[in-house]
Ligand binder design. Structure first.
Ligand code: FES
Ligand SMILES: [Fe+2]
Length: 356
């Protein structure tokens, strides 16, 4: 049996988002005491918190007849479907079928439930394919995990494909053009030679002709979640601390809408941390949103199929490389599914009663 996926299958998986990774879904504050329904990664999900405040991420689909669980009643440790009252636990188990006690559905692990965690103001879920239901390890970047950094999350949903956002973050040179009037990217050469360097978790695309002047490098990382990391030096008016860093992740909502997470971070401690917080909230945050607005306006104006008709030059090697990297991961995942005769992420199981 052939195991190589077709181009169409590869494209479908990439549009939905790679599997077997942790993905950020939304800011933590989206989910309070009421269930919330979100489309992400080709899935319709319900996010809710149990009585202890722990986040639960599940398919927003009642195993009885498919009503959205997000419309259900929150009973502390379970959701009760609003349509006929079926009760589902935080693990996806059907605890009660009030209309037919003792029926076959009771006790079944019938609602797919995704391992979830919160980190630096965002809710993450592990989305595996049918061969990898157990979560992989996720080692967050030190900028989010270490106390040595202070990080602020900026969240924005943009009307474009998430892959254009990834391209944009692996394209440092746009800083010198699109953002040339910004407070931190006005200086430096608009020409540069680049190199690609492999790293332990991905690769770095960097200028060889300029360092610590502008947006001079970007790194693609896979540590159980996929993200881009970059730094931009700050002028003195930017306050104390090292370079201004960004950890960027993007999660598809649909083919033309994506959820973007930008953690702006800086290595600061003690009084410098207080100064950075103050400066950020009072002065820098508004400027950063202006810069992001330039990206948003550009990327939302790019046609969905613009990437079918491009002429790359040497500044685009980072874009070419990250696209190839994504495609290779998609092929690996699909090959494994084909070899095992397992269903693809877009193929759903018709009947309830199975948890994955
Ligand atoms: S559809 Fe949910 S209880 Fe019937
Ligand atoms: Fe930008």
């Amino acid at each position: 049996m052939p195991t190589d996926p077709t181009d169409q299958e590869i494209e479908t998986l990439l549009r939905m988002g790679l599997r077997n990774r942790w993905h950020p879904l939304c800011p933590s504050h989206f989910v309070t005491d009421r269930p919330v329904s979100l489309y992400r990664l080709g899935l319709k999900l319900v996010l809710w918190r149990d009585a202890s405040g722990t986040v639960c991420v599940q398919d927003d689909h009642c195993p009885h007849r498919g009503a959205p669980l997000s419309l259900g009643r929150h009973l502390g440790d379970r959701l009760a479907c609003a349509y006929h009252g079926v009760e589902v636990s935080t693990t996806g188990k059907v605890l009660s079928v009030p209309g037919s006690p003792g029926c076959r559905l009771e006790g079944q692990m019938a609602v797919r439930t995704y391992p979830a965690r919160e980190l630096k103001g965002a809710i993450f879920a592990y989305v595996g394919d049918s061969l990898h239901p157990e979560p992989c390890a996720f080692e967050p970047p030190e900028q989010l995990a270490s106390d040595e950094y202070e990080a602020f999350l900026c969240y924005a949903e943009w009307r474009t494909a998430y892959r254009y956002l990834i391209d944009n973050n692996l394209d440092p040179m746009h800083g010198s053009f699109l953002h040339r009037q910004s407070h931190s990217m006005a200086v430096g050469d608009v020409r540069a030679n680049f190199q690609v360097r492999d790293t332990a978790s991905g690769f770095r695309f960097e200028k060889v002709t300029q360092r610590d002047v502008n947006f001079d490098w970007s790194e693609w990382c896979d540590t159980g979640a996929l993200y881009a990391r970059l730094e931009i030096p700050y002028p003195r008016s930017g306050g104390p601390g090292g370079n201004f860093g960004i950890i960027f992740m993007s999660t598809p909502i649909s083919d033309t809408l994506c959820a973007n997470f930008f953690w702006r971070n800086r290595r600061v401690q003690g009084w410098e941390r207080d100064t950075w917080r103050f400066l950020y909230r009072n002065r820098l945050e508004a400027r950063h949103w202006q810069v992001l607005e330039q990206d948003r306006a550009m990327l939302e104006a790019v046609e969905p199929d613009a990437n079918q008709n491009e002429c790359f030059y040497d500044h685009d090697v980072g874009v070419a490389r990250v696209r190839r990297w994504m495609r290779e991961r998609a092929i690996e995942q699909l090959r494994a599914l084909n070899a095992a005769g397992a269903r693809k992420p877009w193929e759903r199981r018709a009947a309830a009663g199975v948890s994955t």
